[in-house]
Design a protein around this ligand. Structure first.
Ligand code: ADP
Length: 529
């Protein structure tokens, strides 16, 4: 390619081989490296495991680029920084981590001393935001033309659109203003367009080089399974398919992680939990046990993952519904980084959507930020996941990659997902009448001054002979038992679907009359699967 003609090519190749001991570049690595050495802003969008770190570690040790000096790397997780710095030091590269724990004499020596400056300086966004000492150092380097570039790793943390949003990332916009002329490189594995635009705007990237590649992970297989008795299901699955393999099980709550890990151990599986409430040393130990294979299965919240570099993860299981498709993609992306086959299994129950909605609302309450737009956005993101789970006719890869703006041909999935392995035709069922009756019943019951559960609504539609229904007089309602001939499963699905599309939530109360969405009419055209 024309990059071979780049003035930096020979130095870059030389460093790749001698220092990193690698033979060749992966997709877009060389391009991103030469662009940043050319002092351009660069945006690198690469799936987890794609090799983002090399894109800034390698130019940091080259001298032929247009800007010289220290490469400042901003990255959100201290554990991850330590790993990176250690592995750089092992390669003989002078990297330095400056955070709140760094002893003062060390800082004095390495940063203020007269010796050579580190090639890479790793800082957290909080440090960059809060430390005037660091700011002064950077200003000084800037003045003396020894600030080569800023690197913003996990750049999606700047965007409130994502689940990884970090407050201190918001202030990274000042880098462009306070350090004019210093190129910025932003890297992320989160590819949705809104987030990308947000990163570019907030970091004030200028005429940046943009590198993206396919997000398809050909060695991953995707499965959605009905969630029933989920832990026994998981145990059976692991025993059948993944004996002795390393894996991750994602759960929504911290307590849930502990319970599930315990249950797996009772079944003789090697499992440990991991979540944000643990102390750092507990986390480090658990992580080390898992990395070296003493523990096979980690049961974790989404606190576990960013920067985890274990190549031989053979399965990622979602015990609960993920909050967004991009989160789901990231989490599943931790499987099979060695390129060998790995499985991603999500256990789905429609109820999980309601749980997530409640959690989203509670999160916001706690933070006392009643930002309705943000709540809606997050609920919408969870809704996308439900749609993905419920769509049993379209290839999972086609669905997932479409979410990232990528067109994928179903033929290329090659049996890599449940929908391609076992093609289940969707039989449309006209549920308009049931839906109308359900909503009408709800109105009638509301007029009686009652609130009912979804389970009860199903029983009323079914006309169940239950004392609790008779006691309330529901058996006298004109529509009681109006769906008595319908299978229980169908009623359950209809009610869940109505709830999912928000039909059952009153939208407004005017003059004492409650009005509802009328979208339910279209349910007949949807696939109730
Ligand atoms: P990311 O940050 O994108 O998730 P990493 O930078 O951690 O990915 O790289 C993932 C793995 O790929 C690492 O083990 C790294 O050594 C390896 N890797 C990166 N670039 C190359 C390359 N050009 N050739 C071979 N291995 C590479």
């Amino acid at each position: 390619t024309n990059h071979c003609n780049s003035p930096y090519y020979s130095e870059v190749m030389q460093q790749l081989r001698s220092i990193f001991k690698l033979k060749s570049f992966r997709t877009n690595q060389l391009e991103a490296i030469t662009a940043t050495m050319d002092a351009r802003d660069v945006f690198v969008l690469m799936p987890t495991g794609g090799g983002k770190s090399l894109c800034y570690q390698l130019p940091a040790i080259c001298d032929s680029g247009k800007t010289k000096g220290v490469t400042v790397v901003v990255t959100p997780l201290i554990a991850l920084m330590k790993d990176q710095v250690d592995s750089l030091l092992n390669k003989g590269i002078d990297a330095f981590l400056w955070n709140a724990d760094t002893p003062h004499p060390t800082v004095s020596h390495r940063i203020y001393g007269s010796g050579p400056k580190p090639r890479l300086l790793y800082v957290t966004p909080e440090k960059l935001d809060g430390s005037s000492a660091l700011k002064n150092v950077l200003k000084n380097w800037h003045r003396t033309n020894t600030l080569a570039r800023f690197v913003i790793d996990e750049a999606h943390c700047i965007s409130t659109w994502g689940q990884d949003f970090r407050d201190a990332y918001k202030n990274l916009g000042i880098l462009r203003d306070e350090f004019p002329g210093v190129p910025i490189m932003a890297l992320t594995a989160t590819a949705n367009q809104i987030t990308i635009d947000d990163i570019v705007t907030q970091l004030k990237l200028n005429n940046h080089a943009f590198y993206r590649q396919t997000f398809n992970r050909p060695n991953l297989r995707y499965f959605i399974k009905d969630k029933k008795k989920v832990v026994p299901q998981i145990v059976d699955y692991i025993r059948a398919e993944h004996v002795g393999h390393a894996g991750v099980i994602y759960c929504t709550g911290r307590d849930r992680c502990e319970i599930v890990a315990e249950q797996l151990r009772e079944e003789g599986l090697s499992a440990a939990h991991y979540h944000a409430r643990m102390s750092n040393s507990e986390k480090d130990t658990t992580l080390a046990d898992w990395q070296n294979g003493d523990v096979k299965i980690i049961v974790a919240t989404i606190a576990f993952g960013m920067g985890i570099d274990k190549a031989d993860v053979r399965f990622v299981i979602h015990h609960d519904l993920p909050r967004s498709l991009s989160g789901y993609y990231q989490e599943t992306g931790r499987a099979g980084r060695d390129g060998k086959p790995a499985d991603c299994v999500l256990y789905f129950h429609a109820k999980d959507f309601n749980i997530i909605c409640k959690m989203i609302k509670n999160d916001r309450d706690r933070e006392q930020k009643q930002d309705q737009a943000a709540i809606n956005r997050q609920i919408e993101a969870a809704r996308e996941v439900v749609k993905y789970c419920k769509n049993i006719s379209v290839c999972r890869r086609v669905q997932l990659l479409q979410f990232f703006g990528e067109k994928f041909s179903k033929n290329k999935c090659a049996g890599g997902c449940d929908n391609c392995i076992d093609h289940r035709p969707v039989v449309p069922e006209d549920v308009t009448a049931i839906s109308r009756n359900a909503v009408q019943l709800l109105r009638d019951i509301e007029r009686m001054g009652d609130n009912i559960t979804m389970a009860r609504l199903q029983n009323i539609l079914k006309g169940s002979n239950l004392a609790e229904l008779r006691g309330k007089g529901y058996d006298k309602l004109p529509l009681f038992g109006s769906a008595q001939d319908q299978p229980k499963e169908l009623l359950e699905q209809v009610v869940q679907h109505l709830q999912f599309i928000d039909v059952l939530a009153p939208v407004a109360v005017q003059n004492g009359a409650t009005s509802y969405h009328t979208e339910y009419i279209q349910v007949s055209q949807c696939c109730i699967c």
